[in-house]
Design a protein around this ligand. Structure first.
Ligand code: ZN
Length: 116
């Protein structure tokens, strides 16, 4: 069963609960009152998770500690992830060559660098 986030109509508590898809919009709070699904809270949580995993992704691809990812991202603006998870560095020809020379990236026939 998927996990949803709810807010109690009575006591205001926000909590996560497993629920069936057909019953996903309401559940019962531990105080016994009805709780409605809180989609805003779910969205905030999922975008939070996204930010963390994105950072970890960069960390793995660039081989740098998570704490240095922000600095690296500044050095590689306009970069995106390819569908297969490799980092595609755009508009930074010398960085791409540097990456390739250091064995950090492969250049394809268009001289796009894919960082592993
Ligand atoms: Zn409650």
């Amino acid at each position: 069963m998927p996990e949803y986030t709810y807010k109690c109509l009575e006591c205001g508590k926000v909590f996560s609960d497993l629920n069936t898809i057909s019953n996903r919009n309401t559940t019962e709070c531990e105080c016994g009152s009805k709780a409605n699904r809180d989609k805003d809270a779910e969205l905030a949580q999922s975008s939070g998770h996204q930010a963390i995993s994105d950072h970890e992704h960069w960390s793995l691809s660039m081989g740098v500690p998570v704490s240095q990812v922000a600095e690296f991202r500044k050095r590689f603006p306009n970069s995106t992830y390819h569908d297969d998870g490799r980092l595609l560095v755009k508009n930074q020809k010398h960085k791409r060559k540097q990456g390739a020379e250091r064995g950090m990236a492969e250049l394809d026939h268009n001289c796009k660098a894919y960082f592993r």
